[in-house]
Design a protein. Structure first.
Lengths: 116, 110
């Protein structure tokens, strides 16, 4: 099915471990984003990508690494997980025409990460 | 950066009632979107509306860019409208990097 999918949907890990959250979209959207959602902080942008091999920091990038070797995939890696990274992570994508973002943002279903 | 304020923070409605949610933003924007997060956590795009008015069924939205606010109207509310409504804005060269408001929690009672 077309759309944007995240995996895993639920993950429990321990402090210090590396975790990778996967995001895959089938629309060939240029832009992809990672947000985290926490009570009291709403949705905050971690990283985004305007195209394959182009990534940039958002509001809260510390402790995270991203890559985008293919247009359809945008994995998010926590290199050494901390308790403060317990959150719900949302991947999103939006299209573009001529390099300009066409606007509408579409979200995946979210990945709930617990760091013990 | 841009500040986004949503009001009211909480709203309880009886089924069938109408409501208006407001989003104020602190600077000029070239991207404004409304989202609904349902009780299961899914985020659904309702409107992409940097200016003007749009309608989709019982929902409509108006953005007055010059006065830096947007309104989301919900008419004849249903219990399935419950959830959190977010306004998100972007500006300038990085208009695609949306900043989200804190949301309005809507509860519709049957």
């Amino acid at each position: 099915d077309a759309g944007i999918t995240q995996s895993p949907r639920y993950k429990i890990t321990e402090t210090g471990r590396q975790v990778t959250l996967m995001c895959h979209q089938t629309w060939s959207h240029s832009y992809m984003f990672w947000y985290r959602q926490d009570l009291g902080h709403g949705l905050r942008l971690i990283y985004y990508s305007a195209a394959a091999d182009i990534t940039d920091k958002g509001e809260v990038p510390d402790g995270y690494v991203v890559s985008r070797s293919k247009t359809e995939n945008f994995p998010l890696t926590l290199e050494s997980a901390t308790r403060s990274q317990t959150s719900v992570y949302f991947c999103a994508s939006s299209g573009s025409i001529g390099g300009l973002n066409t606007g509408e943002l579409f979200f995946g279903e979210g990945s709930r990460l617990t760091v013990l | 950066g841009i500040q986004v304020e949503q009001s009211p923070p909480d709203l309880i409605l009886q089924e069938g009632a109408n409501s208006t949610l407001r989003c104020n933003f602190s600077d000029s924007v070239n991207n404004l979107q409304w989202f609904h997060q349902n009780p299961w956590g899914q985020l659904i795009n309702l409107f992409y509306i940097p200016s003007g008015t749009k309608q989709n069924g019982r929902l409509s939205a108006t953005t007055v860019a010059t006065e830096r606010y947007s309104l989301l109207y919900i008419s004849s509310s249903q219990t399935t409208d419950s959830g959190v409504y977010f306004c998100a804005v972007g500006a300038g060269e990085y208009g695609n990097k949306l900043v989200f408001g804190a949301g309005t929690i809507l509860r519709v009672k049957s």
